[in-house]
Design a binder for this molecule. Structure first.
Ligand SMILES: Cc1cc2nc3c(=O)[nH]c(=O)nc-3n(C[C@H](O)[C@H](O)[C@H](O)COP(=O)(O)OP(=O)(O)OC[C@H]3O[C@@H](n4cnc5c(N)ncnc54)[C@H](O)[C@@H]3O)c2cc1C
Length: 397
């Protein structure tokens, strides 16, 4: 075990933190009101190499290790959840999935421009009638010569209006249940594609989330990702990467809550002393610190397993579940520490609380991860080796 960060990782954290402090935090309140962030942020993320942090250089990425992606996510969510969500979806759910499952042609055509930040990737699994229960999906893909014809709808899709490419899932053979789902790379410009943002979200207000629709959409056969019938397996392995980034981001949200709470606890006085001197306030702060440090340990362990090329579904699920719960509790306590001022837009903690909720729901709800962990311990579930794994780090030339 090595608990030390490399010089590159320390520098990366510093770079992302400076970027967040100067280019995200000062604008986030305006972007929340507007309901979207300035698209220039995409270019800035790309110029810093943050759109393909752990994608090999041969595919246009920065070639850093998987824990470097965790550092980026942690630091981005210290600023706002919307930016970590964007990187989770673009890199974790989309690019890393193409890296793992894609053909050389798909990597050249889709992964490379995504890793360079020239194109944005997203991920469409959830449907109005199928969230936790993925196999309840109704989107279908029918083979037609050298194409598939896709019909259906996905909902709650992050970057629905911003992304150029989507990995989506559809039944190619419903009679085979899970084994009849296939994965496809689709482009926004394919005729029959449309998208529509969801308005009135509870949190992540500057982020773009909504529906995507496929109406007799012709998808070339070469855009099938993996084999026909491998879609469920691909979706679950994509979630191993997405959940890792969500967990890392949650550690960043815990850090943001801690920083805001410590600052306020030293400014505000009651009963003749700083509120930080009251033991019940200290208890909330101590729990935030514990949650932050435990989240980091769980997350970096997953990153290390990824670096070694070891399957990590069980460890990722635990990290995602716990880190998101810690962040949600930290945000709740951060509002509490701020008293009535925490209940307004004057301080960032109300935003943290709103933002902390979605990660407890997406990429496997708290309940789904609870059940998964129990099933692993009881021996009802085990992870088998996949026929395609993410490349180990350091990447081979
Ligand atoms: C901001 C945001 C962004 C999102 N981005 C994306 C995206 O980019 N791509 C994408 O595909 N999806 C995305 N989602 C969707 C998200 O992944 C789903 O909302 C999530 O999987 C839960 O599905 P559901 O909302 O249909 O809830 P349901 O599955 O209907 O669950 C409802 C409740 O029942 C509980 N429940 C369900 N099954 C069980 C069970 N077996 N045991 C115990 N309890 C259970 C759940 O825990 C939950 O409390 C996003 C969601 C949000 C909020």
């Amino acid at each position: 075990m090595n608990f030390e960060f490399s010089e590159e990782q320390v520098l990366l954290r510093k770079t992302v933190r400076q970027f967040v402090d100067s280019e995200i935090i000062p604008h986030i309140a305006d972007w929340e009101v507007k309901g979207s962030f300035d698209p220039i942020i995409w270019e800035r993320l790309a110029s810093l190499g943050l759109m393909g942090v752990c994608i090999p250089e041969q595919y246009g990425g920065s070639g850093m290790d998987y824990n470097s992606l965790a550092i980026v996510c942690e630091e981005l969510e210290r600023g706002d959840t919307a930016f970590r969500t964007a990187v989770s979806v673009h890199t974790g759910l989309n690019s890393m999935t193409i890296l793992q499952w894609g053909t050389e042609e798909q990597k050249k055509k889709y992964l490379e421009p995504q890793a360079k930040g020239e194109k944005i990737g997203a991920f469409g699994l959830t449907e109005p009638g199928a969230g936790s229960d993925v196999a309840a999906m109704s989107t279908v893909a029918v083979s037609d010569g050298d194409h598939y014809i896709l019909n259906g709808q996905k909902t709650w899709i992050s970057l629905c209006d911003a992304a150029d490419h989507f990995i989506v899932f559809a039944y190619t053979d419903k009679s085979k249940k899970h084994h009849g789902i296939s994965a496809f790379i689709v482009e926004r410009t394919m005729p029959g594609f449309s998208s529509k943002a969801i308005k009135g979200k509870y949190g992540i207000k500057s982020g773009n989330t909504g529906e995507i629709f496929f109406e007799n959409m012709k998808v070339p056969k070469e855009n099938l990702l993996g084999e026909e019938g491998e879609g469920f397996k691909i979706a679950m392995s994509a979630l191993d990467n997405g959940r890792f980034t969500v967990a890392a981001g949650a550690a960043g949200l815990s850090l943001a809550c801690l920083e805001a709470s410590v600052k306020y606890a030293k400014e505000r006085e009651t009963f003749g002393k700083e509120i930080g001197r009251h033991q019940l306030v200290q208890q909330m702060i101590a729990k935030m610190e514990a949650g932050l440090q435990m989240s980091r340990l769980l997350v970096y362990r997953v990153g290390e397993l990824k670096n070694k090329g070891v399957r990590n579904t069980r460890e990722t699920s635990l990290a995602k579940w716990q880190a998101c719960d810690f962040a949600n509790k930290a945000a709740d306590d951060a509002v509490q520490i701020h008293g009535a001022y925490g209940y307004s837009d004057e301080y960032p903690v109300a935003r943290y609380l709103r933002n902390s909720k979605a990660p407890v729901i997406y990429e496997g709800t708290r309940e789904i991860h609870t059940v998964m962990q129990a099933e692993y311990v009881l021996g009802y579930r085990e992870d088998k080796k996949l026929n395609k794994m993410l490349p180990k780090w350091p990447f081979e030339e």
